[in-house]
Design a protein around this ligand. Structure first.
Ligand code: DC
Length: 224
């Protein structure tokens, strides 16, 4: 029986990846790694330092002098940028609106991916993102590609934002989500695509617990 497997969860924004990945990780006593938060942290720093987001070299050099750390806490996973807690700031509309422009640079992603692989090398991880099953952990024992309709994903982001005290409009969120899907899936470097060996999970009509249970069932099968 295998014990500390790698679980890769990919899919577009708002599919429920992070919420569900956290539940699965907790249930298995695994480490949850939110790779989107790492790209968001770099975007935040690039915005603060007025780096040209379209310039691959500037963005890559910025990452080389940046320390991004994810730490579990009672309040959930915290994100540290050069030692500062930026967990809330990285969810701002400004970061969300610009992260795709930063995340598209291949030379920067190469470094980010190395870091992510190191974080997962001992297994016992649930990692979520866009390229985990295809590029970061191609040998993950379990790969899930999670999605839901744009309307449902916008509704979830709206509720999420409300809870975080961030104002938003459903119509605007729909547009933003559709645009981000387009940018993330059409970019050249590690686009958002389903890995051939990933299992497709449509969460549109599933509750969070139902989706988590579905994954936990697959985990038991893989571990057997
Ligand atoms: O999951 P999220 O919305 O927090 O991700 C933020 C952005 O980061 C998303 O627009 C795409 C990018 N991203 C990526 O390119 N690769 C990953 N592994 C994770 C996120």
């Amino acid at each position: 029986m295998k014990k500390n497997i790698q679980i890769a969860i990919d899919g577009p924004a708002g599919a429920g990846k992070s919420t569900i990945a956290k539940i699965v990780a907790e249930k298995l006593s695994y480490t949850y790694i939110d790779t989107g938060a790492m790209y968001r942290a770099l975007t935040l720093k690039a915005l603060k330092e007025h780096i040209d987001l379209e310039n691959a070299e500037s963005v890559t050099n910025l990452l080389k002098e940046t320390i991004i750390a994810l730490k579990p806490s009672e309040r959930g996973q915290l994100v540290f940028l050069d030692g500062q807690d930026v967990s809330k700031e990285i969810r701002s509309n400004e970061v969300t609106g610009n992260v795709s422009r930063v995340a598209c640079h291949a030379s920067m992603r190469k470094i980010m991916v190395e870091h992510q692989r190191e974080m997962a090398e001992h297994g016992g991880v649930v990692m979520d993102g866009r390229d985990i099953g295809t590029a970061v952990l191609p040998n993950a024992e379990l790969k899930i590609y999670m999605s839901a309709t744009v309307a449902e994903r916008a509704r979830r982001r709206f509720e999420d934002n409300k809870q975080r005290g961030i104002e938003s409009s459903i119509e605007k969120l729909k547009e933003e989500i559709a645009l981000r899907d387009k940018l993330d899936s059409e970019r050249e470097a590690s686009p958002l695509v389903q890995a051939p060996d990933a299992i497709y999970l449509d969460t549109t009509d599933l509750s969070i617990q139902q989706a988590a249970d579905e994954i936990l069932k697959l985990v038991s099968e893989r571990m057997a």
